[in-house]
Design a protein around this ligand. Structure first.
Ligand code: GRF
Length: 208
């Protein structure tokens, strides 16, 4: 049974998608803890309802960035995770922490990386006049939103889209690709070579 720890900052809809897929598809895995960087993170309530350990490492209560990084690393390590899953976690992780979990830490980002890493990807996609947008699940490396890509899904950008309507369309696809990627990782179906991640059985890694 693989131990999954999910880090969140807010709503937690990707957390929910992961927990539901894990149960519905009987993954040989369990979400053993959800850790948020803010006590107000709405996803904590869902975790508690599910009987999952829900903890807060409050970034605002930490005296420094280094203190937060250390407290977060201790909280994660305490659950001995096989995989660490960033699901709307809005903080940049310390390099040491990323290296400790390299190859075992995934993130979902609401753009077709390497386009629009960082904040406000939907707004930036609209401003750039993109006709296609999407979401990416990638392994986490020290450079923000730049790790090797596991799976991507594309969505159309409509002429009347706002940031909110585009974000909603992309989010639906996040809820498909993140569980799929995590399942592959749990089952050991991903191979990372020369900065590129392949599925060992050739499963579709680009959804149109
Ligand atoms: C998602 O769009 C995720 O890709 C981004 O922040 C959002 C979090 O949503 N990083 P939720 O908390 O999973 O509902």
């Amino acid at each position: 049974m693989k131990r999954l720890v999910v880090l969140i900052s807010g709503r937690g809809s990707n957390l929910r998608a992961l927990v539901q897929a894990c149960a519905a598809e009987c993954w040989p895995a369990a979400v053993v803890a959800v850790i948020a960087d803010r006590p107000q993170a709405e996803g904590l309530a869902f975790a508690r309802e599910q009987g999952i350990a829900a903890e807060v490492v409050d970034a605002r209560a930490c005296a420094s960035r280094a203190a937060f990084d250390a407290a977060l690393a201790d909280a994660v390590d305490a659950h001995a995770p096989d995989l660490v899953l960033l699901a709307g976690f809005m903080r940049i992780l310390a390099d040491d922490f990323v290296r400790r979990y390299e190859g075992r830490m995934l993130n979902v980002h609401p753009s077709l990386l390497p386009a629009f890493p960082g904040l406000h990807p939907h707004r930036r996609a609209l401003e750039a006049g993109c006709k296609i947008a999407g979401a990416t699940v990638h392994f986490v490396t020290p450079t923000l939103d730049h790790g090797p890509i596991v799976i991507q899904a594309a969505v159309p950008v409509r002429a009347d889209d706002t940031e909110a309507t585009l974000a909603a369309r992309v989010l639906e696809r996040e809820h498909v690709i993140y569980p799929r990627a995590v399942r592959w990782a749990v089952e050991g179906r991903l191979r990372w070579r020369d900065g590129v991640v392949d599925h060992v059985d050739g499963a579709e890694q680009g959804l149109l």
